[in-house]
Design a protein around this ligand. Structure first.
Ligand code: 5RP
Length: 221
């Protein structure tokens, strides 16, 4: 057992038969999907809506029935991970590169629950580099803007050294901010920048956070 597993397994308590469930992305969500797959194997009826190709692939492998976001009118609950979360339940997401689809699915959801291990709990957001999804055309100009603002952008690259490409065919600039003193102000700035598709600041976008600890116990914020 580890903290991610503890949180992922605990989230299964939130699931009821017949629900449409947003399925997040990442190594913590993996444990939730594993538990969900057991329910499906036992005959439990539900529908999943994925936030990434990685999650679609896992869900297919585990025979979890899936629909694309465009084919559902609403999602009852979304279970997703996070890279950092503060005491106000604001967070940074997108470490796995799925921030755009994660935000779209979150916005279509009645309830949003994050599952994290205890290392993700922070006093102030910003130690984790903030992912900003940008269109490939002219991204260097957005990078130059961020550099001028002192945001320390770094183009995310894959293991082969090539620029990382999101499921929506964009690139990611990770902002190495160290600390974010006013998350709302920064989110508002990023929301209005041409060339920026989405950013990883999720403010007021979760109602509950399940934190898992290495000994297997969980805490809910
Ligand atoms: C992907 C995400 C993930 O939820 C986040 O990176 C946490 O991942 P993990 O559970 O693997 O630590 O936002 O874009």
């Amino acid at each position: 057992m580890n903290g991610k597993q503890a949180a992922g397994q605990k989230a299964i308590d939130e699931i009821k038969e017949g629900m449409t469930i947003g399925l997040g992305t990442g190594s913590t969500v993996y444990y939730f999907l594993e538990a969900l797959a057991e329910k499906v194997a036992d005959g439990f009826e539900l529908t999943g809506v994925a936030t990434s190709q990685k999650t679609i692939d896992l869900a297919k492998e585990w025979r979890i029935p899936m629909l694309p976001l465009n084919e559902v009118t609403k999602i009852d609950v979304t279970i997703d991970g996070a890279d950092e979360v503060d005491s106000q339940l604001s967070g940074i997401k997108g470490g796995g590169g799925a921030l755009l689809y994660e935000k779209l699915v979150a916005k279509a959801s009645d309830r949003r629950i994050w599952i994290v291990d205890s290392s993700k709990k922070v006093e102030q957001l910003g130690t984790f580099p903030l992912p900003v999804e940008v269109v490939p055309f002219g991204w260097k100009h957005v990078e130059a803007y961020f550099t001028g603002k002192g945001y320390h952008p770094k183009l995310r690259c894959s293991a082969d050294g090539q620029p990382y490409v999101t499921d929506a065919h964009h690139n990611i600039l990770d902002l190495h901010l160290q600390s974010i003193t006013n998350a709302e102000e920064l989110a508002n700035e990023l929301d209005h920048l041409t060339g920026v598709v989405e950013h990883g600041l999720f403010i007021g976008m979760t109602e509950k956070v399940i934190i898992g600890y290495p000994d297997g116990h969980t805490e809910t914020l």
